[in-house]
Write a protein that binds this ligand. Structure first.
Ligand code: HEM
Length: 415
């Protein structure tokens, strides 16, 4: 079967700018034009299969023919060095096994104590009645959570050092999101941002190296005890985990949950979520379905394979799109409506959520992320109700993570 759509000529036929300008519009337009949730286009100057159906995304992530590879290294390798995310599928098996030792239930309860301590401190800084930017609040909170959890950096002990870490992870992040510029895509950054980010990376690796030797417990300590990891592997993995992406993704999810509960017609949900953990879980699931923090991911085809019935040649790229797959009417009734009760009625649908990937390359931080999100929202609900300030018109942007385009303001009231 021929893949609907056109891969176009190199460079001139490239649709990357159109995609980055408004990814959802790009997907809708192409799905409508090809009358298909699977279509081809030229993206990042490669012939690319866009997969937007739930079934198709599942097929890509499960990769039962073992025909796909991550292919992230060529974009971000310089910015991170080698790590599990960029490794081949074969090497990832070993890395995954090693890193899973850091995610046992015993480890998670150790991390929970650190998390709770930071949550109590940060929540007590919220002032009733003063409007603040919700996304920024969560981003600061989760930056501190990640730097403390993964590196043992104590923000309260030394504010100056905390600011240095925050600045460096931010500079490093700007290099990551400016990577397409290195491929000459305009409008996303400059070369100088990229070289600034490389400098930040070098400094971060230096700091990581000395910081991890100071701590005698927790994540960095466990990391050092992984026999299969040498010094470089430990440092580069710590760099990956403390990258600004994890705090941003966590902020995206918590911001979206709070927005869903922050409108006057849904205030009763805040009360209900405070009393019923299962209802809070449903709200989190439904938010992640409708507003996944990451639009999707990318793979490279290393040998010819069949995806969703289409033969895909070696050398093509495959982009799986979580957002449209989560709104696939073949799987979800009333796919565009926010219906938390669907998770009571059909709990098995959780297998159709791709927020954390799936299959052999699915997220190893899933349990930890769930813990952080649940604990943070529970702590917020136990102390405050919140409402979105009036007269704010807001839309979402989706790259690099889904979040309101403007600095959406909320106010809190103590309970
Ligand atoms: C809300 C937070 C998070 C989200 C939404 C998330 C999402 C994802 C997704 C979608 C993938 C698959 C990427 C792909 O298939 O292209 C992934 C992989 C991965 N995640 Fe997460 N992640 C989160 C937090 C974390 C945390 C806290 C850690 C570890 C500390 C982590 C470690 C990893 C690793 C190592 C992989 C690569 C696994 C492999 O390649 O075998 N993630 N994550």
């Amino acid at each position: 079967m021929e893949i609907p759509g056109k891969v176009g000529w190199p460079i001139v036929g490239d649709k990357s700018i159109e995609f980055y300008r408004d990814p959802l519009k790009f997907l809708e337009k192409n799905m409508a034009a090809t009358k298909s949730k699977i279509f081809a286009a030229r993206f990042l100057n490669k012939p690319t299969l866009f997969v937007c159906s739930s079934e198709g995304v599942q097929e890509v992530l499960n990769d039962s023919e073992q025909a796909l590879e991550m292919g992230y290294e060529q974009f971000m390798g310089q910015m991170f060095g080698h790590n599990i995310l960029f490794s081949t599928n074969e090497m990832a098996v070993g890395f995954r096994h090693s890193l899973s030792q850091l995610m046992t239930s015993q480890c998670l309860s150790e991390y929970e104590e650190t998390l709770q301590r930071i949550l109590v401190k940060k929540m007590s800084t919220l002032n009733a009645g003063s409007p603040f930017c919700l996304y920024q609040f969560f981003k600061d909170l989760f930056t501190e959570v990640c730097l403390t959890l993964f590196l043992g950096v104590e923000f309260s002990e030394n504010e100056e050092t905390a600011e240095l870490w925050k600045g460096l992870t931010s500079d490093h992040w700007h290099g990551i999101v400016s990577v397409p510029v290195d491929l000459k895509l305009p409008g996303t950054g400059t070369q100088s941002t990229f070289s600034k980010a490389l400098k930040a990376k070098a400094k971060l690796l230096e700091l990581i190296s000395s910081q991890k030797n100071k701590v005698t417990c927790g994540f960095p300590h466990h990391m050092k005890s992984i026999e299969e990891f040498d010094e470089t592997a430990v440092n580069q993995h710590l760099l990956l985990f403390t990258s600004a992406l994890v705090p941003k993704v966590l902020s995206s999810i918590c911001t979206s949950v709070c927005i869903e509960m922050g409108n006057p017609d849904r205030f009763q949900w805040q009360e209900k979520a405070k009393k019923e953990p299962k209802f809070l879980d449903n709200l989190i699931l439904e938010t992640q379905r409708l507003h996944p923090p990451l639009l999707g991911g990318r793979r490279m085809v290393k040998k010819k394979c069949v995806i969703a019935g289409y033969a895909v040649p070696k050398g093509h790229a495959v982009v799986y799109m979580t957002q449209p797959a989560h709104r696939d009417s073949a799987v979800f009734d009333h796919p565009d409506q926010f219906l938390p009760e669907r998770w009571d009625e059909r709990p098995e649908l959780i297998d159709k959520l791709f927020v954390y990937g799936l299959g052999p390359r699915g997220c190893i931080g899933y349990d930890l992320s769930r813990l952080i999100i649940q604990k943070s929202l529970t702590e917020l609900l136990s102390r405050f109700t919140w409402q979105i300030c009036e007269d704010q018109v807001f839309t979402h942007k989706h790259i690099p993570v889904s979040r309101p385009k403007c600095n959406l303001l909320v106010t809190v009231t103590p309970v």
